[in-house]
Design a protein around this ligand. Structure first.
Ligand SMILES: Cc1cc2nc3c(=O)[nH]c(=O)nc-3n(C[C@H](O)[C@H](O)[C@H](O)COP(=O)(O)OP(=O)(O)OC[C@H]3O[C@@H](n4cnc5c(N)ncnc54)[C@H](O)[C@@H]3O)c2cc1C
Ligand SMILES: *[C@@H]1O[C@H](CO)[C@@H](O)[C@H](O)[C@H]1NC(C)=O
Ligand SMILES: *[C@@H]1O[C@H](CO)[C@@H](O)[C@H](O)[C@H]1NC(C)=O
Length: 509
């Protein structure tokens, strides 16, 4: 199931503040040039008027993120159709020191794709062709602006699957996925993009086109340069093409949605699932009660584990298990045996298993819908972290306690800025999503949360970003997860390839 994010953009009538007003200590760097009538004329000649957007109404959707947290003041959005055009744009911008922000599907959750001041937005959405697919090897080559769901539907027709899946698949771009090294729901099975991406085409800040659209699984000839761009968040090059290895599409898929009593039981069930479901286990997601209550407000249908006549069941934790394999009977038998054994041992208290495609989607909704449901009341502070499993849920509890102590949280009292704290995530990957759902963004709330959460994670040797990246939100906090030497190497690379600093400024580098 996917959500068309932009359709809900105007759900809340609250006006989004400019990023430069919310963060007044950040100033526009005067080294950057300003766009002039000549700049616009140059791009109109290069791209045509319909791909050179200057109209304020049209620009507004490119200037805002879907969490309604960040808002830029760009006066120009460019929509190139070819790699050559991207190259010409960057060459020009580099010459006149015009700052730019690459933008994919604009579903990022850390403000990385939104300009802070008047940076030119380069939207990849018109660079959207599937270039080729090899039936034998499963290698897909696409333009960066191809929407993830479009690629996956195309692959489904060929009996293949995209090795990445996430709730924003109806809007996010493959280029954006690579730029953020997105993790998502299939990482447990298919691994990270650092493994499945075989090659990239990238335009460097001076306009140079780096073409390494390889089809090789093995290539040990020196530095693996494409890795530099995977997860770089648009700070060192604009990705225009992606070559990626896709696995065969599993013919049998089952979903089980389970109710559990404690976080302890969630961990034990995960261990048992790995042992007993083995090669057919393809996702293991956990959700706390609060996340499901928040999703109930948003989906407005009764919960899959609710008893007749009730709206909501009474479990503290929920787990979604997906199995995928090639033989339905074999998988059904394995899953049933597993469920019987964990219920007998009272690790799992209740559960439902999908019987058809539509039930499968409904069950996924209660997991994938949490992200959007979290913004339902007005906004959300999102933390996407890696932690050792045994301590992972403690962070949710401690964050809730801190907000209670500061008297900032209440589900019912609308004068309190925070509605609830919810925890869920890809437990199979040691990845927690901690969402603080708010009625409005509020500096006092932000001060309670940051840097407390980052310090807590550092103390446990975790990562302050498991998958969303650093972008604008975490720009000042990289030191909690990277050493000084690592940060220096990142800066050296940035300065070497982008000496004018035109690519995605004011973000984490
Ligand atoms: C409902 C929902 C669920 C989500 N679930 C997950 C999840 O499970 N796992 C996960 O990892 N993320 C998740 N996300 C976050 C987001 O969808 C991912 O980060 C996604 O990869 C962003 O892709 P995009 O095309 O929207 O990129 P954008 O948001 O447009 O951009 C993200 C960053 O990449 C840069 N960028 C974009 N395109 C390019 C390019 N072609 N070249 C260079 N730089 C570029 C931008 O400058 C920006 O810094 C979720 C988001 C939502 C709204
Ligand atoms: C979180 O807090 C709840 C309620 O205070 C408590 O019952 C639970 O054991 C705590 N969970 C963890 C993992 O500490
Ligand atoms: C974190 O890593 C450091 C250095 O390797 C180690 O000394 C420390 O005990 C670790 N802390 C935890 C909580 O694992």
């Amino acid at each position: 199931m996917s959500f068309k994010l932009l359709a809900r953009r105007f759900y809340s009538s609250k006006i989004v503040k400019l990023t430069s007003e919310s963060y007044p200590n950040i100033k526009r760097d005067s080294k950057y040039g300003k766009i002039t009538p000549q700049t616009i004329e140059f791009f109109q000649n290069l791209l045509g008027s319909s791909s050179t957007i200057t109209d304020n109404d049209l620009l507004s959707s490119y200037n805002e993120d879907q969490m309604r947290k960040y808002k830029g003041q760009s006066q120009l959005c460019l929509k190139p159709k070819t790699t050559e055009q991207v190259s010409q744009i960057l060459k020009y911008c580099n010459e006149f020191k015009l700052a730019v922000v690459p933008q994919g599907g604009n579903t990022g959750l850390v403000g990385g794709s939104i300009p802070v001041f008047d940076e030119i937005i380069i939207s990849l959405s018109n660079l959207n062709k599937i270039r080729s697919f090899d039936q034998v090897s499963g290698i897909l080559k696409v333009d960066a602006g191809v929407v993830l769901e479009t690629a996956d539907s195309y692959l489904a027709e060929q009996g293949y699957i995209f090795p990445l899946d996430l709730g924003a698949k109806g809007s996010c771009h493959i280029g954006g996925n690579v730029a953020t090294n997105a993790g998502g729901l299939r990482l447990l099975r298919y691994g990270s993009l650092h493994g499945s991406v075989l090659g990239l085409e990238v335009v460097l800040p001076d306009g140079t086109i780096l073409n390494s659209m390889n089809s090789l699984r093995k290539d040990n000839t020196g530095y693996d340069l494409k890795q530099l761009f995977i997860g770089s968040e648009g700070t060192i090059g604009i990705i225009t093409g992606v070559s990626i290895l896709c696995p065969s599409r599993p013919k049998a898929v089952n979903i089980a949605f389970l109710g559990l009593d404690s976080y302890e039981a969630v961990q034990k069930t995960f261990q048992r699932a790995k042992n007993e479901l083995c090669e057919i286990l393809s996702a293991f997601e956990f959700m706390d009660k609060e996340s499901q209550l928040q999703t109930l407000k948003f989906l407005k249908t009764s919960h899959p584990l609710a008893e007749d006549g009730e709206e909501f069941p009474d479990y503290n934790f929920y787990v979604l298990i997906e199995t995928s394999g090639s033989n339905k009977e074999h998988d059904d038998f394995k899953l049933e045996t597993f469920l019987e054994s964990v219920m007998e041992d009272e690790l799992v208290l209740n559960g439902v298993v999908s019987q058809d495609e539509s039930q499968l989607k409904t069950l996924w909704n209660w997991r994938e819908g949490i992200s959007e449901a979290s913004t339902f009341d007005g906004g959300v502070y999102k933390y996407d972290v890696s932690l050792p499993l045994p301590v992972m849920y403690d962070l949710v509890n401690e964050t809730r306690t801190r907000l209670q102590d500061a008297d900032l949280i209440s589900i019912d009292d609308s004068t309190k800025p925070v509605v609830d704290v919810v925890g869920y995530g890809h437990i199979g990957d040691g990845n927690l999503h901690l969402n603080v759902c708010v009625r409005e963004y509020n500096k006092n709330v932000e001060k309670v949360l940051e840097p407390f959460i980052y310090k807590w994670i550092q103390n446990k040797n975790g990562s302050i970003s498991a998958e969303h990246g650093l972008g604008f939100q975490k720009k000042n906090y990289i030191g909690y997860s990277k050493s000084e030497i690592e940060i220096k190497m990142i800066k050296d690379l940035k300065n070497h390839y982008d000496p004018n600093g035109i690519l995605n400024p004011y973000k984490y580098v």
